[in-house]
Design a protein around this ligand. Structure first.
Ligand SMILES: [Zn+2]
Ligand SMILES: [Zn+2]
Length: 177
């Protein structure tokens, strides 16, 4: 990942949210928040009530809908649906040593911090770099989404794991011929 080009990795929070398995485990949302606690103000309670977890899942679905959209009109409509959930109150911080922006009110509840950061991070990258930077993994049996932050927009896989798995599969397929 070349974060320097993008100035913010809030979009990664959006992508991770969209790619989180939300069916297997009803506590997925709390686990997700704990795994990404650097995006939440210290002392924010990172537990979501069931209704809040459903709203977090709806946000995740919207991020995915933006990433898989194939026309700019669709992208705009879905981004605006996502942005309608956001309550931006940006501020600058260097809590991790690097100056960067946070998008939600620092004392907002966890769900509001999550939806706001995700909506702002995703829409900023789309507005600055184009919605074609978002895509779905080309690996077999994987439909995770990604944001392409490579300089020449050459990304096709969600992860290095999927990229190398696909390279090996293609090599084996060639050898069989
Ligand atoms: Zn931060
Ligand atoms: Zn993948």
């Amino acid at each position: 990942m070349d974060y320097d080009t993008y100035g913010s990795n809030a979009v990664e929070l959006a992508i991770d949210l969209a790619n989180t398995d939300r069916d297997a485990d009803p506590t997925w949302a709390d686990a997700f928040l704990r795994a990404h606690d650097e995006w939440f103000t210290v002392d924010t309670p990172l537990e979501l009530a069931p209704a809040e977890a459903r709203r977090a899942a709806a946000t995740a679905d919207l991020v995915r809908a933006v990433a898989v959209a194939t026309t700019q009109d669709d992208v705009i409509a879905r981004l605006n649906e996502l942005l309608a959930l956001a309550r931006p109150h940006p501020y600058a911080t260097d809590h991790d040593g690097e100056l960067h922006l946070h998008y939600a009110r620092p004392d907002a509840p966890a769900l509001e911090q999550l939806t706001t950061t995700v909506a702002m991070g995703l829409s900023q990258v789309v507005a600055q770099h184009g919605w074609q930077r978002l895509g779905v993994c080309s690996a077999e049996n994987c439909d995770d989404v990604y944001v392409d932050t490579s300089r020449n927009a050459s990304r096709r896989y969600c992860s290095n794991t999927c990229a190398s798995r696909s390279t090996v599969a293609a090599y084996r397929a060639r050898r069989k011929v």
